[in-house]
Design a binder for this molecule. Sequence first.
Ligand SMILES: NC(=O)c1ccc[n+]([C@@H]2O[C@H](COP(=O)([O-])OP(=O)(O)OC[C@H]3O[C@@H](n4cnc5c(N)ncnc54)[C@H](OP(=O)(O)O)[C@@H]3O)[C@@H](O)[C@H]2O)c1
Length: 256
Amino acid sequence: MFHPKLFENRNVVVTGAGRGIGLEVARQFLDCGARVAVHTGRSKSRDLPDFLLTAEADRRAVLISGDFSEPGGTATFAWKVLDAFGTIHVLVNNAGTMVGRFPAGELTDQDYEVVTRLNQTSVVEVTRALLPALRAAKGAAIVNTVSISALTGGSPGSAIYSASKAFVSTYSKALARELAPDMIRVNCVSPGTIETDFHERYSSREKLEATRKTIPLQRLGTSEDCAPAYLFLAAPSLAGYITGQVLEINGGQLIC
Ligand SMILES: NC(=O)c1ccc[n+]([C@@H]2O[C@H](COP(=O)([O-])OP(=O)(O)OC[C@H]3O[C@@H](n4cnc5c(N)ncnc54)[C@H](OP(=O)(O)O)[C@@H]3O)[C@@H](O)[C@H]2O)c1
C-alpha cells in the first residue's frame, strides 16, 4: 500500500463514501494521513464502519450526509465542507448510481432529471462550489468517478446513466486544460463491473456471472481494486504530470 504519510496535512473530500468504492477510497486516504470530509450518502442514520467513527472522534474525518438529488443538496454539502476546510487538496466526486433501468421509450422526464441531476449536475455543482478552496491549495487534484459504460454505452436501460458518465469524462478533460494554470490536475477513474451494492440493485446474479466470463482476468472487481487508482491520481508525488486522463479499472473487460 501507499506510504502512511503520503497525504499528511492534506484535506481530502470524497463524495458517496458511506459504502462501496467511495468508502474504500476514504479509508485509504485516512490510512495515508489525510484529513477527510466524508460524504456519507443520503441518510444521517446509515450504519457506518467503526474506522470512520473513530476517525471522526480523532478529528481526522468530518462526516457529512446529504441528498444530491434534492434542490440545494450540493450547496448545503459544499457549505459544510468549506466550514471544515479552508483549503482542499483533493476532491473525489464519486457519488452516483444508475437509479434504475429505464427502457428508452418508457423513460419519464422525472427519471431523466433524477439520473442526470445526481450523476452529472451534482459533479458540476460540487466542483464549482469548492473551486476557490481547491485553487487555494496551489497544487490540488480532482478525481471523478466515471464508468466503463461511458465508452461502451452500458447495458439495456442504462442509456442516460452511461451518457451522464460520458459527460463527466468529457467535462473532466475540459477542466484539466482550463484549471492547469491554477495547478489543479483533473483525472477520472473508470470502474468496470465492481461488486458493490450497486449491482445488488441493478444486475442479476446470472448477468454478473455472464459478465465475469467475458473478463480476461476472470473475476469481477472490488472496491479494493479501485481505490489505489484514486490515491495515485491524487498524489502530486506520484501523478504530478498526469492530467486529463481516464484510468480504466476493469480486469481487461475493455481493451482498446
Ligand atoms: N459498482 C460498479 O460496478 C460501478 C461501475 C462503474 C461506475 N461506478 C460508479 O462508482 C461510484 C460508486 O458506486 P458504488 O459501486 O460504490 O455504488 P454504491 O455502493 O451504491 O455507492 C454509491 C454512493 O453514492 C451515493 N449516492 C447515491 N445516490 C445519492 C444521492 N441522491 N445523493 C447523494 N449521494 C448518493 C450513495 O449513498 P446512499 O448510501 O445514500 O445510497 C453511496 O454513498 C458511482 O458513481 C457509480 O456510478 C460503479
